[in-house]
Design a binder for this molecule. Structure first.
Ligand SMILES: C[S@@+](CC[C@H](N)C(=O)[O-])C[C@H]1O[C@@H](n2cnc3c(N)ncnc32)[C@H](O)[C@@H]1O
Ligand SMILES: [Zn+2]
Length: 321
């Protein structure tokens, strides 16, 4: 059941029986919003949809189901039971896809059709059916779902991309059933426990790429834009929700991530949100020049260098309505 954007009444897709309006479905994605993909210049709410970051967000690992994401998804499936899980700002499906494998009923929503298309590709690549998943292009600032309808919500890595996270959290609270859970993954993926590995070369190259890139762009009067809205989650959530619970999912697993699989394709294709305002033609020229300098210094195979670490345990905070 959804809320009609024209008349505000609850209806089942695709046609609102009350006002007759029909929702388009493009490439399996219900178009529940016609808001822009990205709003950075407005007196109202701003947000950074990943429409053009999409393809390159996860680099060559775009079809990989990460081990820790699968563990987190298992927890979500457990919390959701037979109910409905809303993955708000689902991106390329790092949580939706493994949760779909568990048979969980999911509404996967994002403002970017490109990101949702990547989600579909990840599922197809891993032979995971999306029969139990409703894919929607939707703005987190206006969740087109009725009150008291959803059993669990995750909005992982999304709230800081929206200038009014409080409004999103109020929306999440509204659509959750009484006893429903708003679940946060609190660890920073990629962060390591105490570092037993020497990643000096990897870190050195990453820092050099960043600094050469931004140094040249600054000469063109282009600066990294930190689109990152801070907010006091604890204050907002404890004000709205009735209970809070914290759990730890143990992971402790070694990983290795080659530069050519993650960092490099992402920065090369403007996949970091602070690159949003870099014009693409200038980016291409500057990036090519940076890579040439790095190759000259570290050799052509520099991108084979890998970051090794141990994934930390997953810290989860659950706010219950
Ligand atoms: C950093 S990604 C995180 C994706 C996913 N949740 C994950 O954990 O891998 C942020 C996602 O939020 C989406 N997003 C940004 N603003 C949004 C908005 N106002 N409504 C819905 N999605 C939004 C972006 O398009 C992007 O896919
Ligand atoms: Zn209607």
């Amino acid at each position: 059941m959804f809320i009609c954007s024209s008349c505000g009444k609850a209806y089942d897709l695709p046609i609102c029986e009350n006002c007759g309006c029909t929702v388009a479905k493009i490439n399996d994605i219900w178009q529940l919003s016609d808001d822009p993909d990205i709003v950075t210049d407005s007196d109202g709410d701003k947000y950074i949809g990943y429409e053009f970051i999409g393809e390159n967000y996860s680099g060559n690992r775009r079809n990989t189901i990460e081990y820790s994401d699968a563990l987190f998804a298992d927890e979500i499936s457990k919390i959701t039971g037979d109910g409905i899980f809303l993955d708000l700002g689902c991106g390329d499906g790092s949580i939706t896809v493994p949760a779909a494998r568990n048979g969980t009923n999911i509404i996967a929503a994002d403002i970017s059709n490109t990101m949702i298309t990547l989600l579909k590709q990840k599922a197809a690549y891993n032979n995971i059916s999306l029969n139990n998943v409703i894919l929607c292009r939707m703005n987190a600032l206006r969740i087109m779902l009725p009150d008291n309808f959803i059993d669990s919500v995750v909005s992982n890595g999304v709230l800081h991309l929206i200038s009014n996270p409080e409004k999103v959290i109020q929306e999440i609270h509204r659509v959750l059933k009484s006893g429903g859970c708003f679940v946060f993954r609190d660890d920073v993926p990629g962060k390591t426990v105490d570092m037993p590995f020497d990643n000096d070369i990897y870190n050195k190259i990453v820092n050099e790429i960043f600094s050469l890139y931004w140094k040249t762009l600054k000469e063109h009067d282009i600066y990294p834009k930190k689109y990152n809205w801070n907010f006091d989650r604890e204050e907002i959530c404890t004000g709205l929700f009735s209970f809070k619970e914290q759990i730890v999912i143990s992971v402790s697993r070694e990983y290795l991530n080659k530069m050519k699989d993650g960092f490099l394709p992402r920065i090369k294709s403007r996949g970091f949100s602070d690159q949003v305002d870099v014009p693409s033609h200038l980016h291409d020229i500057v990036m090519q020049n940076v890579i040439e300098q790095i190759e000259w210094k570290y050799g052509k195979g520099f991108d084979e260098v890998a970051f090794r670490g141990i994934e930390p345990n997953i810290e989860v905070t659950i706010y219950k309505k």
